[in-house]
Design a binder for this molecule. Structure first.
Ligand SMILES: Cc1cc2nc3c(=O)[nH]c(=O)nc-3n(C[C@H](O)[C@H](O)[C@H](O)COP(=O)(O)OP(=O)(O)OC[C@H]3O[C@@H](n4cnc5c(N)ncnc54)[C@H](O)[C@@H]3O)c2cc1C
Length: 867
C-alpha cells in the first residue's frame, strides 16, 4: 500500500509494521523510517503514536528499539534554541551572553560594549527600500528574448546611497592625478556624509563605530611615500567586516586597493561557467559601487586586466609582480577563495611572491567555516552530503572562533603615486550586444530595476528581511508570491555582505530564525563538497547515472529556458529568472525537477543556464544543488516537485503566475496553474489561445514521463551493479583521497595516506523509490510505494487535499461547460422555432471564481489555512 494511502486508523498500524519489517531486514534506515512516519502521519500523530508503534520491538529487538527511540527523542526534544545552538556550533562563535571573543587569526576591531546595536546594521536605509520598484515589463517576459528587450535609459541610482553620482561616470573620470588631489578633499567630505546620515543610525552604534575606526585608522591621511600594501579585492567587494582590509590598515603604510580581471583563471579546468552574463553584469555594478565607497574614504580602486592567456606564471601573478615592482609594495593581502583551482592559483601566487621578497597573506572570511579545515573525524561518513552530517563534523572538529564582524574604516591612507590601471569599462563586464542597426540590446534593464548593487543595498535588504520576511520564513519560505526570504544571495556571492555579518544580525534579530541560520550551513556544505570533488560542476558523482538515457531535445531545453513550457508555474519562474536574475529556493526546485524528472534533460544543462542567468550564480552551490536534483549528487533529493500541484504551497492564489505570465491573468485561481483544464468558454473570456497567446504544453503525460525516468534509473543501476551496495541497496560513490585519509585515521593536513591507486566506494543517501524500483524495474511510478512526487511539498496529507481539489475542479468545470452548452442549444432552438425566450435557469449559475474567493469545500480546512 502506498504511504499516501495509509494516513490513519488500523491501516496506519499495518503500514508502520510493514515499514518496520523493512528496517529489520536492513532495507530501510531507521532515520528513513522515522522520516516516513513524519511525512505520512504528520508531526502531532508521530509525536503521540510513534512510541506505541515501535513498542513491540522492545522485547524482540531491544537495540533497534533504542535506536528508533533515540531518533524520536532527539527530534522531539529539539527546541528552537537547540536549533540555534546547532547553528552557533557551526559558526563556532564563542559567545557568553553575546560577548564575543576575538578571532584567533584575524585582526579585531575592539567594540566597546561588545554588543551590536538593536538593528544590527550600520548602513543607512538605501533608496532602494523606499523607492517603488518599477514594474517588470511582462510583455518582454512573454516574448522570452533578451535580444528583443527594448532599450531603456540609464538606470536609476544603482551605486551606494552615499553617492549621488552615476558610478560609471566616476570610474571613467578617475585619473591618478585626480585621485591625489581629490583624496584629502574626500576624506573631509566623508565626515560630512557621515553627519548627514546621522539620523538614520542608532546613536550608540555611531559612537562605537567612531571609536573603533579611530583605533585602527589612526593613520596619516596625507599621501605617503612609504612602501604601500596591495589590497587585492576579489569576491569580497565590501568595506565592512573585511579582514584583509583591516589587516592592510594595520601595516601602517599606504594602501593600494586593486582588482584584477582574469576570466581564464576564474573558469578553472572544466566547464564551470563561473562568470555568466548576469554575474558579470552584477560584478561590473558592484565594482563601480565599491569604487565609489573607496573614493568616499579618500582612496581609489585600481583595475587591471589580465594579459594574454597561457604565458608563464598566470595572469594574476604577473599583474601583482608588475605592481609590486612599480610601487615598491612589499605586502599583498587578500581574502581567501575556496574553489580548488582558485586556491591552487593563490597558493602559487603566494609562493612566487614570497620568492621575490613580497609577503602575501590570505584571510578567511568567504564562508563561516574554512572548507579545507572541515574533517569527518569522529563522525564518520554515514549521511555524508546532508547538512546535519556536515554540522556534526563542524561540531566534532571545531575550527578557529569566528569572532565579531569588523567595522568599516572611515579613511584609507593613500600612496604618493597611484599605479596606472584601466577603466572599469575596459574590463568589458557589462558590454551589451548591438543590433544590426547599431542600437544596443540592453538585456540587463530589468535586472538594474530589480536590485541595488551596492554594499549599502546588501545591508538594506538584510535589515528589511529581519524586520519583516523573517517572521514568515520558518513556515512560508517557499511562497513565490511573497517576499519571505532574504534575497541576499548575490551580495553573499560577491562578498558585499559577509556570512559572519549575516549570522550575527540574524542572531540579534528579535525573531531568532534557526532555519535561516541553517541556510548558511548549506552554503558552507557546498564549498566543502567542491573542495572534496573539484569536478563537481561538470562530472556526475554517481558513476552509473552518467550512462542514463538523457534527452537531447533542444526544443524542450529552449522552451524551459525561455519560460514557454506550457506549465504556468515553471514558466513564471523561468521568466522571473530571465528578467531579474533570481528566483527563490522553492522555485529553483520546481524548475529543476521539471527539467530532470519530466523533460529528462541532463542536470548540466540546468546548471549552465543557471550559471549564465542567475545574479547569484555560485559554482559550488549551483553544482551541488544540480547534482542532487540530477540524481547524481551525494544527497539525493527524496522528492520530485510536481509542476502543477507544487503551486498549492508556493502560489495558492496564482498571483505569482499572474505577475510573470500576464497572458493568463484572467483565469480563475483554481485553474490558473492548469489552463488546459479550463472550459473553452472560460479560456475565450480570459483571452487565452493555446499556441498563440500562451504555449501548448511541451509534454502532456507527466505520469508517463516520470515512470520512464524511474525505469531508466533502474536500468543503469542494474547495468552498473558494482556501484550499488548489495546489502542496503544504496548507490556507491568513489571516495576522494582526502576522505579516505580521514576514514583511515590520518588527517589530510598531515599529508594523508597513500591508497596505492585503489578505489574506495562509499554507500550514500539513495532515494527509496530507486531502491524499490530495482526489484521491479518495469513498474510504473504510480505503483511505487515510495513515489517521490511530493505534490504539495509539505506533506502527504496536503497531497490528498490537492487530489481532492483537482477532482472537484475538474468535475465542476465539465458540469458547468455541459450546462452552458445545453442552455445555448435550447435557446438557439427556441429562437429558430420563433418561440419566446425560456425562463431564466433555476438555481445559481456558477460564478467565475476570482482571486478574492476562498476554497469553499476543503477537507480539514487544509487549503483554507494556506491563505
Ligand atoms: C537547482 C538549484 C540551484 C541553486 N543555485 C544557487 C546558486 O547558484 N547560488 C546560490 O547562492 N544559491 C543557489 N541555490 C540555493 C538557493 O536557492 C539560493 O541560495 C536562495 O534561493 C537565495 O535566496 P535568498 O538569499 O532569499 O535565500 P535565503 O533562504 O534567505 O537564505 C539565505 C542564504 O543562505 C544560502 N542558502 C540558502 N539556501 C541554500 C542552499 N540550498 N544551498 C546553499 N546555500 C543556501 C544563500 O547564500 C542564501 O542567500 C540553488 C538552489 C537550487 C535548488
Amino acid at each position: 500500500m502506498p504511504p499516501s494511502a495509509a494516513p490513519d486508523g488500523d491501516s496506519t498500524k499495518v503500514w508502520v509494521r510493514r515499514i518496520l519489517r523493512e528496517v529489520l531486514a536492513g532495507r530501510e534506515d531507521p532515520e528513513g523510517f522515522f522520516a516516513l512516519c513524519l511525512s505520512v502521519l504528520g508531526h502531532q500523530e508521530t509525536r503521540s503514536q510513534y512510541p506505541s508503534h515501535i513498542e513491540p520491538l522492545r522485547a524482540a529487538n531491544s537495540s533497534m528499539h533504542s535506536v528508533l527511540t533515540s531518533i524520536y527523542k532527539e527530534y522531539f526534544s529539539k527546541t528552537e534554541d537547540d536549533e540555534l545552538e546547532l547553528a552557533l556550533a557551526l559558526s563556532l562563535v564563542e559567545t557568553k551572553d553575546y560577548e564575543l571573543s576575538a578571532p584567533v587569526h584575524e585582526p579585531q576591531l575592539k567594540q566597546p560594549g561588545g554588543r551590536r546595536n538593536e538593528s544590527g546594521s550600520v548602513w543607512p536605509t538605501s533608496e532602494f527600500q523606499t523607492q517603488r520598484r518599477s514594474p517588470i515589463q511582462p510583455a518582454e517576459a512573454a516574448s522570452g528574448t533578451r535580444n528583443n528587450s527594448p532599450q531603456t535609459g540609464p538606470s536609476p541610482k544603482v551605486c551606494s546611497p552615499r553617492t549621488a553620482v552615476e558610478p560609471e561616470h566616476n570610474a571613467d573620470a578617475w585619473t591618478p592625478a585626480k585621485a591625489r588631489s581629490a583624496s584629502c578633499h574626500q576624506v573631509m567630505e566623508a565626515g560630512d556624509v557621515d553627519q548627514s546620515e546621522k539620523p538614520k543610525r542608532p546613536k550608540k552604534r555611531r559612537q562605537r563605530r567612531k571609536c573603533a575606526a579611530q583605533q585602527v585608522v589612526g593613520l596619516p591621511r596625507a599621501p605617503s611615500a612609504a612602501a604601500p600594501v596591495l589590497l587585492w579585492f576579489r569576491r569580497d567587494l565590501r568595506l565592512s567586516d573585511n579582514p584583509a582590509l583591516v589587516s592592510a590598515l594595520k601595516v601602517g603604510a599606504p594602501v593600494i586597493p586593486i582588482f584584477i580581471w582574469s576570466p581564464e583563471e576564474e573558469e578553472g579546468p572544466g566547464v564551470t561557467v563561473a562568470m555568466g552574463g548576469a554575474c558579470k553584469y552584477w560584478l561590473h555594478q558592484a565594482l563601480s559601487c565599491l569604487c565609489s565607497s573607496l573614493e568616499n574614504i579618500g582612496s581609489h580602486l585600481v583595475f587591471l586586466k589580465s594579459e594574454t592567456r597561457g604565458s608563464e606564471g598566470g595572469a594574476s601573478l604577473r599583474a601583482l609582480q608588475g605592481l609590486a615592482k612599480a610601487t615598491g609594495a612589499r605586502t599583498v593581502v587578500a581574502n581567501a577563495l575556496y574553489e580548488p583551482w582558485l586556491k591552487g592559483r593563490d597558493d602559487a601566487v603566494a609562493a612566487a611572491l614570497q620568492k621575490s621578497g613580497v609577503e602575501c597573506e590570505m584571510f578567511h572570511s568567504y564562508c563561516l567555516r574554512d572548507p579545507y579545515s572541515v574533517s569527518t573525524e569522529g563522525v564518520g561518513l554515514r549521511g555524508i552530503g546532508s547538512v546535519s552530517h556536515f554540522m556534526s563534523c563542524c561540531r566534532q572538529n571545531p575550527g578557529a572562533a569566528l569572532g565579531a564582524p569588523l567595522d568599516p574604516p572611515t579613511t584609507l591612507p593613500v600612496p604618493a603615486h597611484w599605479p596606472p590601471g584601466v577603466s572599469l569599462e575596459t574590463l568589458g563586464l557589462a558590454r551589451m550586444p548591438k543590433r544590426k542597426d547599431g542600437t544596443t540590446i540592453d538585456w540587463a534593464a530589468n535586472i538594474r530595476k530589480s536590485w541595488d548593487f551596492s554594499e549599502g543595498g546588501a545591508h538594506a535588504r538584510l535589515e528589511a528581511f529581519l524586520h519583516d520576511g523573517v517572521y514568515r520564513y520558518e513556515k512560508e519560505s517557499g511562497r513565490a508570491d511573497a517576499p519571505n526570504t532574504s534575497c541576499v544571495s548575490p551580495y553573499l556571492h560577491f562578498g558585499q555582505l559577509s556570512p559572519r555579518w549575516l549570522l550575527w544580525d540574524a542572531k540579534g534579530a528579535r525573531c531568532r530564525p534557526p532555519k535561516f541560520q541553517r541556510k548558511l550551513a548549506w552554503r558552507d556544505l557546498a564549498y566543502w563538497q567542491l573542495t572534496l570533488f573539484p569536478d563537481l560542476p561538470w562530472e556526475s558523482l554517481r558513476p552509473p547515472y552518467k550512462a542514463l538515457r538523457w534527452s537531447t531535445d533542444r526544443r524542450h531545453l529552449e522552451a524551459w529556458q525561455r519560460g514557454r513550457t506550457g506549465y504556468p508555474l515553471v514558466d513564471a519562474a523561468m521568466r522571473q529568472l530571465w528578467l531579474t536574475g533570481w528566483m527563490n529556493n522553492y522555485m529553483r526546485h520546481v524548475v529543476a525537477s521539471f527539467l530532470i524528472a519530466y523533460l529528462h534533460l541532463p542536470w548540466q544543462e540546468g546548471y549552465r543556464w543557471f550559471q549564465d542567468t542567475l545574479v547569484d550564480a555560485d559554482v559550488a552551490i549551483d553544482a551541488m544543488m544540480w547534482q542532487n536534483g540530477g540524481m547524481c549528487g551525494l544527497d539525493h533529493w527524496n522528492f520530485v516537485m510536481h509542476p502543477v500541484d507544487a503551486a498549492m504551497t508556493c502560489d495558492p492564489c496564482g498571483q505569482y503566475v499572474r505577475k510573470w505570465c500576464p497572458e493568463l491573468s484572467g483565469l480563475p485561481d483554481e485553474l490558473i496553474h492548469k489552463p488546459w483544464r479550463c472550459p473553452t468558454s472560460l479560456l475565450r473570456r480570459a483571452g487565452v489561445v493555446f499556441g498563440q497567446t500562451y504555449p501548448e504544453r511541451i509534454v502532456t503525460d507527466l505520469e508517463e514521463r516520470r515512470s520512464q525516468s524511474l525505469q531508466d534509473v533502474a536500468l543503469v543501476r542494474k547495468e552498473f551493479g558494482q556501484y550499488v551496495d548489495k546489502r542496503s541497496g544504496c548507490d556507491l560513490v568513489p571516495l576522494p583521497p582526502r576522505l579516505v585519509s580521514e576514514a583511515l585515521g590520518s588527517s589530510h593536513l598531515d599529508g594523508g595516506v597513500a591508497t596505492g591507486g585503489k578505489q574506495f566506494l562509499l554507500p550514500v543517501i539513495t532515494r527509496m523509490e530507486f531502491k524499490h524500483q530495482q526489484e521491479d524495474p518495469d513498474a510504473d511510478a504510480a505503483s511505487n510505494p515510495y513515489n517521490a512526487v511530493l505534490k504539495g511539498y509539505v506533506s502527504r496529507k496536503r497531497d490528498e487535499t490537492i487530489a481532492f481539489l483537482n477532482e472537484r475542479d475538474f468535475t465542476a468545470s465539465v458540469m458547468h461547460e455541459g450546462a452552458q452548452r445545453r442552455e445555448r442549444m435550447e435557446s438557439d432552438q427556441r429562437r429558430l422555432e420563433g418561440l419566446p425566450r425560456g425562463p431564466a435557469p433555476r438555481g445559481r449559475v456558477r460564478r467565475t471564481p476570482t482571486a478574492k474567493d476562498r476554497f469553499s469545500v476543503v477537507p480539514g480546512g487544509a487549503v483554507a489555512s494556506l491563505r
